[in-house]
Design a protein around this ligand. Structure first.
Ligand SMILES: [Zn+2]
Length: 88
């Protein structure tokens, strides 16, 4: 790992979630943390990260719901069936 002291060249992958393209080189307007795709910028990356976080949270909730369903099922009960079906 080498660190450059100049601070003028910012290299590395694009910071857009899931993008592994190279960052654009530093321009006169300043450095960028994103690649040359116009849709990869601070705003879209922020939205993509929020969306990914919301999706991950939903998947976590679904896993938790599945886990609870297994527990309920193992107890011989059901949380999905209407009450009328549980009457023997
Ligand atoms: Zn990118």
């Amino acid at each position: 790992m080498t660190k450059r002291r100049s601070g003028t060249t910012v290299t590395g992958p694009c910071r857009f979630p899931g993008c592994d393209r190279r960052r654009q080189p530093t321009t006169a307007h300043g450095h960028t943390a994103y690649c040359d795709l116009p849709e990869h910028n601070h705003d879209t990356a922020y939205r993509a990260r929020k969306k990914a976080a919301a999706l991950a949270e939903r998947q976590e909730l679904q896993r938790e719901l599945q886990r609870l369903r297994e527990i309920v099922k193992s107890a011989g009960l059901s949380i999905d069936a209407p009450r009328s079906q549980q009457v023997a």
